[in-house]
Write a protein that binds this ligand. Sequence first.
Ligand code: REL
Length: 835
Amino acid sequence: MKSNLLAVFLTLCLSGTGWAQGILADKSSFAITSAVIYVDTSETELVKTAAMLLQQDIELVIGKKIPIVTAISQVRKNVIAIGTIQQSSFLKQLVSQKRLDPNAIDGKWEASLIQTLNKPAPGISQALIVAGNDRRGAAYGVFDLSKQFGVSPWYWWADVPVAKQNEIYIKSDVRIADAPKVKYRGLFINDEAPALSGWTKEKFGGFNHNFYEKFFELVLRLKGNYIWPAMWGNAFYADDSLNIKAADKYGIVIGTSHHEPLMRAHDEWRRYGSGPWNYETNKNKLQQFWRDGIRRATNEKIVSVGMRGDGDAPMSRETATALLEQIVADQRTIISDVTGKPAAETPQLWALYKEVQDYYDQGIRVPDDVTLLLSDDNWGNLRKLPGLNEKPRKGGYGIYYHFDYVGGPRNYKWLNTNPLPRIWEQMHLAWEYKVRDIWIVNVGDIKPMEFPISFFLDYAWDPEKIDADQLQHYTENWAANQFGKQYAKEIAFLLAKYAKYNSRRKPELLDANTYTLRTGEWKMVVDEYTDLLKKAENINNVLPAAYKDAYFQLVLHPIKACANLNAMYYHVALNKDAYLSGRKETNMYADQVKELYANDSLITRQYHQLNSGKWNHLMSQTHIGYTYWQQPNQQKMPVVQYIPSDSILSTTSTPVRDTKRSVAISADQYAQAINNNGITWKILPDHGRTGSAITPFPVTASEQKPGGNSPRLQYDIVTDQEGTCTINAYFSPTLNLFRDENGLQYAISVDDELPQIISLNKEDKTSDKGIWNKWVAENIIIKSTTHEIAKAGKHTVKFWMVNPGVVLQKLVLDFGGSEQRYLGPEETAAKNAKN
Ligand code: REL
């Protein structure tokens, strides 16, 4: 990097990184180059590992390895003292001398205190104390420093460069105490073939401790503490006996996934089990298998209890309802036998995943100390929340969430399709309904989920710190932490928009028929991607070379790949259209499809060649050529048609634009929001498929009876028609969160009509898979009501709150005859709106 650019980037990286209060000064007495790192010999391996990583990080920044010492007498001038308040003799001494007040962290799970002290001991001029209430607390404090020094948690996993500088200066009056709000914050490596498996095999020889050390370091730097390991043919405990040691070294809590009870990987039953996976007929063998699992897992863990059918399938309903409680009771006997402690002293979870939630709803219960792990629907929509009046449980509640999924209506595992605003809104519900003990997310192959992973763990750290309208700021900040501040705004725009566009329909579900050609919708979608790609390429052209690999992985690749994919399907649609009307462009479109199809592989190759092939295989997930929910083994180009030149019938294309018999209003474009009864309407910026969305707050509010002056939004519309019209209301696909027979409801009226009360999702209660497939595939729920408009002219549409959790994206008034579009008509009424 050229030196003037270096200077710019230094300033960028050093000013205001992260959410944490800054500890860096322009110049001060405490210079890191003259410091040593102190860590007591009695500390756990994690604290020592964190100290070593800090040493490495500082070297990355200043180019000098500062020593690590284990006795405070070895300190000559300045010291970074890392430790726990229980173990570190120096920290204990400071506490007893009342130089260090540990009150802010004492007894608090994973809490850390970063504090500077002047002359803390004879011969020591300055100390930067990183004190943990426990081992992870100390480590998190250390990684807060690293981040502020300019080392991104993604420095290895996404090649984010570390800006060099001659010195790091620390402010003299630092005192920052911090602690997480959600107790266990985790990632599940899943669906890991072919991409992550291929990469791991090539780079590490499999999912062994060398791989896990890298992964655990990342989790720790992101302030997570918990994982479910890869399990597609892999078994964490059985495959490498050093995996468990790596977990301890990095202080990571291990679980096995929701359908892998008692710390045994699913694949182990295939390998070592004998007889059927059936508790009725093979109880003794299963018990022995589980006993061995608990015996082996001597590390910090959360034990999954319960049982599903073999291979992530449901057990028979009869077995489940008759036996589940007994199975859990027997599993707990095994836990207490093996550990020699009451079962309640070993953290456990019972995952209410898929059909297991129905068993819970039918009354099956587990002991109070077992965390109930609620789940989303595999598509990022929570299925159930505890009622506000429910008796608190000792084990509390957790959420199992997905950024990646293998299953119906279709796998989605190729690219990141998870926009922050929806993750925020769903996990905010979880937080507000006191689901605070475990948050774990299925991250597929880890890459390319870097950005949503960061967010998920940051949000879990402190959900009260990031509001819906701070997501843009969060994104800019994240971009600044990876690429410096100069282009952070532009990069944040790209990150937010590509995920928004990709979430309209998962790439695996996309085809030539997704958007409509005749209405101009296909062209609009492709134009949006093309515009985004142009912006992304422009940034790429001006970014210093050192940032380009990271930029490609984190920003450019998903845009390039999806812009190309959409353009390909668009040209398939154009080809079909031209072919049917016998136009001469048919063959040109077919050639373009071929080129775009080939380009898809070239984009993948570009990813695989980055940084001398460091990420080879990671984009090898097939994504073109799906015929049903499961992925194709190989990509297959969509069918195109050619016509011989002598059969051309027409030379002109005939696009038909929408006849505009509809009025479409983005939800945030209301004329008036009536906040009442303690309810406030809150705009969720950039939430949803097109614009922004709106929802009533607080999300814990009670049901409202619509009418009179109850909370509502009023939209002024002008129609040039009269008669019967339909109002289609577009909602984020929120599920029936409280399993109520009416589902979540809203009400709607025009002018002085009586509000019609409509359920958003009561079908969800009836397990109507067909409608749910449609909701998640289209990432929208559309509800229709009929209204009479007596006269053309100005009218007021009133959208009334009934239940919280309902997220409105758009309203469309349709007088019939308007063309159907996947995204609905383009907004027409913005000019009438309040701003
Ligand atoms: O996404 C899920 O939770 C499940 O599909 C997985 O947990 C499951 O283990 C699957 O990968 C294979 O068994």
